[in-house]
Design a protein around this ligand. Structure first.
Ligand SMILES: [Zn+2]
Ligand SMILES: [Zn+2]
Length: 290
Protein backbone atom coordinates (compact mmCIF):
# COMPACT_ATOMS: atom_id res chain seq x y z
CA UNK A 1 0.00 0.00 0.00
CA UNK A 2 1.32 3.46 -0.87
CA UNK A 3 1.87 5.62 2.19
CA UNK A 4 4.07 8.45 0.93
CA UNK A 5 1.28 10.24 -0.94
CA UNK A 6 -0.56 12.78 1.26
CA UNK A 7 -3.85 11.85 -0.36
CA UNK A 8 -4.79 9.09 -2.74
CA UNK A 9 -7.93 7.92 -4.51
CA UNK A 10 -7.94 4.45 -3.03
CA UNK A 11 -8.85 1.46 -5.17
CA UNK A 12 -10.09 -1.78 -3.60
CA UNK A 13 -7.90 -4.62 -4.84
CA UNK A 14 -10.78 -7.12 -4.74
CA UNK A 15 -13.45 -5.24 -6.68
CA UNK A 16 -11.27 -2.52 -8.30
CA UNK A 17 -13.70 0.26 -7.46
CA UNK A 18 -12.15 3.64 -6.71
CA UNK A 19 -13.02 5.87 -3.74
CA UNK A 20 -12.54 9.66 -3.39
CA UNK A 21 -9.06 10.90 -2.46
CA UNK A 22 -8.42 10.73 1.28
CA UNK A 23 -5.19 10.62 3.32
CA UNK A 24 -6.07 7.20 4.72
CA UNK A 25 -8.00 4.43 2.97
CA UNK A 26 -11.67 3.91 3.92
CA UNK A 27 -12.29 1.61 6.91
CA UNK A 28 -13.93 -0.95 4.62
CA UNK A 29 -15.02 -1.36 0.99
CA UNK A 30 -18.79 -0.83 0.89
CA UNK A 31 -19.02 -2.91 -2.27
CA UNK A 32 -17.12 -5.89 -0.84
CA UNK A 33 -18.81 -6.07 2.59
CA UNK A 34 -22.22 -6.34 0.87
CA UNK A 35 -23.69 -9.86 0.68
CA UNK A 36 -23.27 -9.84 -3.12
CA UNK A 37 -19.48 -9.58 -2.85
CA UNK A 38 -16.82 -10.74 -0.38
CA UNK A 39 -13.78 -9.60 1.53
CA UNK A 40 -10.90 -11.99 0.78
CA UNK A 41 -9.81 -14.40 3.52
CA UNK A 42 -6.59 -12.40 3.80
CA UNK A 43 -8.46 -9.17 4.54
CA UNK A 44 -9.15 -5.88 2.81
CA UNK A 45 -6.37 -4.51 0.58
CA UNK A 46 -6.11 -1.08 -1.03
CA UNK A 47 -4.06 0.26 -3.89
CA UNK A 48 -3.93 3.35 -6.12
CA UNK A 49 -3.44 4.21 -9.79
CA UNK A 50 0.17 5.21 -9.03
CA UNK A 51 0.90 1.92 -7.31
CA UNK A 52 -0.76 -0.14 -10.06
CA UNK A 53 1.33 1.70 -12.68
CA UNK A 54 4.50 0.99 -10.69
CA UNK A 55 3.52 -2.68 -10.52
CA UNK A 56 3.46 -2.78 -14.33
CA UNK A 57 -0.27 -2.79 -15.10
CA UNK A 58 -1.02 -1.64 -18.64
CA UNK A 59 -4.16 -1.05 -20.69
CA UNK A 60 -4.88 -2.18 -24.21
CA UNK A 61 -7.64 -1.63 -26.75
CA UNK A 62 -9.13 -4.16 -29.21
CA UNK A 63 -11.74 -3.41 -31.86
CA UNK A 64 -14.72 -5.77 -31.53
CA UNK A 65 -16.75 -4.38 -34.42
CA UNK A 66 -16.82 -0.99 -36.17
CA UNK A 67 -17.49 1.66 -33.55
CA UNK A 68 -16.92 -0.63 -30.56
CA UNK A 69 -13.65 -1.24 -28.71
CA UNK A 70 -12.88 -3.22 -25.57
CA UNK A 71 -10.49 -1.92 -22.92
CA UNK A 72 -8.55 -4.49 -20.90
CA UNK A 73 -5.95 -4.26 -18.14
CA UNK A 74 -2.90 -6.57 -18.03
CA UNK A 75 -2.21 -8.09 -15.56
CA UNK A 76 -5.88 -7.94 -14.72
CA UNK A 77 -7.09 -6.18 -11.60
CA UNK A 78 -10.22 -6.70 -9.50
CA UNK A 79 -12.48 -9.20 -11.25
CA UNK A 80 -10.84 -8.60 -14.61
CA UNK A 81 -13.82 -7.20 -16.49
CA UNK A 82 -13.50 -5.26 -19.72
CA UNK A 83 -14.53 -1.71 -20.50
CA UNK A 84 -16.32 -1.00 -23.76
CA UNK A 85 -16.06 2.21 -25.79
CA UNK A 86 -18.84 3.07 -28.22
CA UNK A 87 -17.78 5.72 -30.71
CA UNK A 88 -20.51 8.00 -32.08
CA UNK A 89 -20.34 11.14 -34.26
CA UNK A 90 -20.96 13.17 -31.11
CA UNK A 91 -18.24 11.50 -29.01
CA UNK A 92 -17.49 8.30 -27.17
CA UNK A 93 -19.60 6.46 -24.61
CA UNK A 94 -17.51 4.49 -22.13
CA UNK A 95 -19.23 1.52 -20.48
CA UNK A 96 -18.12 -0.34 -17.33
CA UNK A 97 -14.61 1.14 -17.05
CA UNK A 98 -12.05 -1.16 -15.37
CA UNK A 99 -10.20 -0.16 -12.19
CA UNK A 100 -7.13 1.21 -13.93
CA UNK A 101 -6.36 3.73 -16.65
CA UNK A 102 -3.21 5.16 -18.19
CA UNK A 103 -2.14 7.37 -21.10
CA UNK A 104 -2.69 4.52 -23.55
CA UNK A 105 -6.29 4.15 -22.41
CA UNK A 106 -6.86 7.89 -22.71
CA UNK A 107 -5.29 8.25 -26.14
CA UNK A 108 -7.75 6.06 -28.04
CA UNK A 109 -10.64 7.98 -26.50
CA UNK A 110 -9.08 11.29 -27.57
CA UNK A 111 -8.32 9.99 -31.07
CA UNK A 112 -11.87 8.72 -31.58
CA UNK A 113 -13.62 11.95 -30.61
CA UNK A 114 -13.41 12.36 -26.82
CA UNK A 115 -15.84 11.33 -24.15
CA UNK A 116 -19.49 12.27 -24.42
CA UNK A 117 -20.71 10.06 -21.57
CA UNK A 118 -19.72 7.37 -19.09
CA UNK A 119 -22.14 4.72 -17.83
CA UNK A 120 -22.05 1.41 -16.05
CA UNK A 121 -24.08 -1.77 -15.77
CA UNK A 122 -24.07 -1.81 -11.94
CA UNK A 123 -22.01 -0.76 -8.89
CA UNK A 124 -19.52 -3.67 -9.17
CA UNK A 125 -18.23 -2.49 -12.55
CA UNK A 126 -17.60 1.22 -11.99
CA UNK A 127 -13.81 0.92 -11.68
CA UNK A 128 -12.19 4.35 -12.06
CA UNK A 129 -15.31 5.89 -13.62
CA UNK A 130 -14.95 9.25 -11.83
CA UNK A 131 -11.28 9.45 -12.83
CA UNK A 132 -12.31 9.19 -16.50
CA UNK A 133 -14.88 11.93 -15.95
CA UNK A 134 -12.28 14.30 -14.46
CA UNK A 135 -9.81 13.73 -17.29
CA UNK A 136 -12.38 14.62 -19.97
CA UNK A 137 -14.01 17.88 -18.84
CA UNK A 138 -16.72 19.33 -21.05
CA UNK A 139 -17.27 22.91 -22.23
CA UNK A 140 -19.00 23.67 -18.91
CA UNK A 141 -15.79 22.83 -17.03
CA UNK A 142 -17.43 19.88 -15.33
CA UNK A 143 -16.20 16.38 -15.89
CA UNK A 144 -17.61 14.16 -18.63
CA UNK A 145 -21.18 13.23 -17.66
CA UNK A 146 -21.44 10.14 -15.44
CA UNK A 147 -24.85 8.59 -16.11
CA UNK A 148 -25.97 6.77 -12.96
CA UNK A 149 -29.40 5.33 -12.18
CA UNK A 150 -31.08 7.04 -9.26
CA UNK A 151 -32.11 3.64 -7.91
CA UNK A 152 -28.44 2.90 -7.15
CA UNK A 153 -27.67 6.33 -5.65
CA UNK A 154 -26.66 4.76 -2.33
CA UNK A 155 -23.93 2.80 -4.12
CA UNK A 156 -22.21 5.73 -5.82
CA UNK A 157 -18.70 5.84 -4.35
CA UNK A 158 -17.39 9.04 -6.03
CA UNK A 159 -20.35 11.35 -6.69
CA UNK A 160 -19.85 14.86 -8.03
CA UNK A 161 -21.40 17.54 -10.18
CA UNK A 162 -20.81 15.50 -13.34
CA UNK A 163 -23.42 12.92 -12.27
CA UNK A 164 -26.52 12.74 -14.47
CA UNK A 165 -29.25 10.79 -12.69
CA UNK A 166 -31.55 8.70 -14.82
CA UNK A 167 -34.64 6.63 -14.06
CA UNK A 168 -35.74 3.74 -16.32
CA UNK A 169 -34.44 4.72 -19.75
CA UNK A 170 -32.09 7.39 -21.08
CA UNK A 171 -30.80 7.97 -24.61
CA UNK A 172 -27.32 9.29 -23.87
CA UNK A 173 -26.13 9.54 -27.50
CA UNK A 174 -27.97 9.05 -30.80
CA UNK A 175 -29.00 5.38 -30.88
CA UNK A 176 -27.27 4.65 -27.54
CA UNK A 177 -29.80 4.04 -24.77
CA UNK A 178 -29.54 3.01 -21.14
CA UNK A 179 -32.23 0.57 -20.02
CA UNK A 180 -32.74 -0.22 -16.34
CA UNK A 181 -33.43 -3.93 -15.89
CA UNK A 182 -32.88 -4.42 -12.13
CA UNK A 183 -32.18 -7.87 -10.75
CA UNK A 184 -28.60 -8.12 -9.50
CA UNK A 185 -28.98 -4.48 -8.31
CA UNK A 186 -32.09 -2.27 -8.48
CA UNK A 187 -30.19 -0.10 -10.96
CA UNK A 188 -28.64 -2.94 -12.97
CA UNK A 189 -28.70 -1.79 -16.58
CA UNK A 190 -27.87 -2.67 -20.16
CA UNK A 191 -26.74 -0.30 -22.90
CA UNK A 192 -28.62 -0.65 -26.19
CA UNK A 193 -26.72 0.14 -29.39
CA UNK A 194 -29.28 0.49 -32.18
CA UNK A 195 -26.71 0.48 -35.01
CA UNK A 196 -24.35 -2.25 -33.77
CA UNK A 197 -24.21 -5.81 -35.15
CA UNK A 198 -24.48 -4.57 -38.75
CA UNK A 199 -27.59 -2.60 -37.85
CA UNK A 200 -29.40 -5.44 -36.07
CA UNK A 201 -28.72 -3.91 -32.67
CA UNK A 202 -26.70 -5.05 -29.65
CA UNK A 203 -26.88 -4.95 -25.87
CA UNK A 204 -23.88 -4.38 -23.62
CA UNK A 205 -25.10 -6.42 -20.67
CA UNK A 206 -22.41 -6.26 -17.97
CA UNK A 207 -23.65 -8.97 -15.64
CA UNK A 208 -27.24 -7.74 -15.68
CA UNK A 209 -27.44 -10.87 -17.79
CA UNK A 210 -24.26 -12.93 -17.57
CA UNK A 211 -23.08 -14.23 -20.95
CA UNK A 212 -21.82 -17.71 -20.10
CA UNK A 213 -18.97 -19.83 -21.45
CA UNK A 214 -19.85 -21.27 -24.83
CA UNK A 215 -21.62 -18.02 -25.79
CA UNK A 216 -25.03 -19.68 -26.17
CA UNK A 217 -26.56 -18.99 -22.78
CA UNK A 218 -26.99 -16.24 -20.22
CA UNK A 219 -27.83 -16.32 -16.52
CA UNK A 220 -29.45 -14.02 -13.99
CA UNK A 221 -28.20 -13.92 -10.39
CA UNK A 222 -28.54 -11.94 -7.20
CA UNK A 223 -24.82 -12.63 -6.66
CA UNK A 224 -22.37 -14.32 -8.99
CA UNK A 225 -19.39 -14.77 -6.64
CA UNK A 226 -21.65 -15.78 -3.72
CA UNK A 227 -23.93 -17.91 -5.94
CA UNK A 228 -27.27 -16.47 -4.82
CA UNK A 229 -30.11 -16.98 -7.31
CA UNK A 230 -32.43 -14.24 -8.53
CA UNK A 231 -36.05 -14.45 -7.31
CA UNK A 232 -38.58 -15.07 -10.08
CA UNK A 233 -40.32 -11.68 -9.72
CA UNK A 234 -37.03 -9.87 -10.40
CA UNK A 235 -36.40 -12.11 -13.40
CA UNK A 236 -39.86 -11.23 -14.74
CA UNK A 237 -39.19 -7.51 -14.31
CA UNK A 238 -35.81 -7.83 -16.03
CA UNK A 239 -37.33 -9.59 -19.03
CA UNK A 240 -40.20 -7.07 -19.21
CA UNK A 241 -37.74 -4.16 -19.28
CA UNK A 242 -36.49 -5.43 -22.66
CA UNK A 243 -39.92 -5.76 -24.28
CA UNK A 244 -39.86 -4.11 -27.68
CA UNK A 245 -36.07 -3.54 -27.68
CA UNK A 246 -34.60 -4.55 -31.04
CA UNK A 247 -31.25 -6.33 -30.67
CA UNK A 248 -29.45 -9.40 -31.95
CA UNK A 249 -26.01 -9.45 -30.26
CA UNK A 250 -25.01 -9.50 -26.58
CA UNK A 251 -21.63 -8.34 -25.29
CA UNK A 252 -20.81 -9.65 -21.82
CA UNK A 253 -18.56 -8.11 -19.20
CA UNK A 254 -15.46 -10.20 -19.89
CA UNK A 255 -13.32 -10.61 -23.02
CA UNK A 256 -14.59 -13.36 -25.31
CA UNK A 257 -18.10 -13.47 -23.87
CA UNK A 258 -20.41 -12.51 -26.73
CA UNK A 259 -23.59 -13.96 -28.19
CA UNK A 260 -23.02 -13.05 -31.83
CA UNK A 261 -26.61 -13.46 -32.99
CA UNK A 262 -30.03 -14.61 -31.89
CA UNK A 263 -29.77 -12.71 -28.60
CA UNK A 264 -33.51 -12.53 -27.84
CA UNK A 265 -33.91 -16.29 -28.40
CA UNK A 266 -30.89 -17.00 -26.21
CA UNK A 267 -32.32 -14.80 -23.44
CA UNK A 268 -35.76 -16.42 -23.68
CA UNK A 269 -34.40 -20.00 -23.66
CA UNK A 270 -31.99 -19.24 -20.82
CA UNK A 271 -34.74 -17.62 -18.74
CA UNK A 272 -37.02 -20.62 -19.30
CA UNK A 273 -34.32 -23.02 -18.11
CA UNK A 274 -33.41 -20.83 -15.14
CA UNK A 275 -37.04 -20.52 -14.09
CA UNK A 276 -37.59 -24.27 -14.34
CA UNK A 277 -34.74 -25.04 -11.94
CA UNK A 278 -35.51 -22.08 -9.67
CA UNK A 279 -39.11 -23.12 -9.18
CA UNK A 280 -38.45 -26.86 -9.25
CA UNK A 281 -40.52 -27.72 -12.31
CA UNK A 282 -37.32 -29.13 -13.80
CA UNK A 283 -36.28 -32.46 -12.34
CA UNK A 284 -33.27 -34.73 -12.17
CA UNK A 285 -34.54 -38.29 -12.69
CA UNK A 286 -31.45 -39.67 -10.92
CA UNK A 287 -32.56 -37.99 -7.69
CA UNK A 288 -36.34 -37.95 -7.88
CA UNK A 289 -38.39 -40.99 -7.08
CA UNK A 290 -40.48 -42.10 -10.06
ZN1 LIG B 1 -14.16 -3.75 -2.91
ZN1 LIG C 1 -21.90 -7.78 -10.10
Amino acid sequence: MSSEAPSSAWICRTCANQYPPTPEPPPECRICVDDRQYVPAGGQEWTSLEELAAEGHRTGWTELEPGLHQLTVTPSIGIGHRGLLVTTPEGGVLWDPPGYLDAEAESLVRETGGLLAIARSHPHLCGVLAEWSERFPGADGRGAPMWLPRRDAAWVLRPGEAVRWWEDRAEIAPGVTLIRCGGHFAGSAVLHLADAAEGRGALLVGDTMMVLQGNRRVSFMRSYPMLLPLPERYLDALLASLDGVRYDRLYGAWPGLVVEEGGPQVVARSAELYRAWLTGTARDPDQDDA
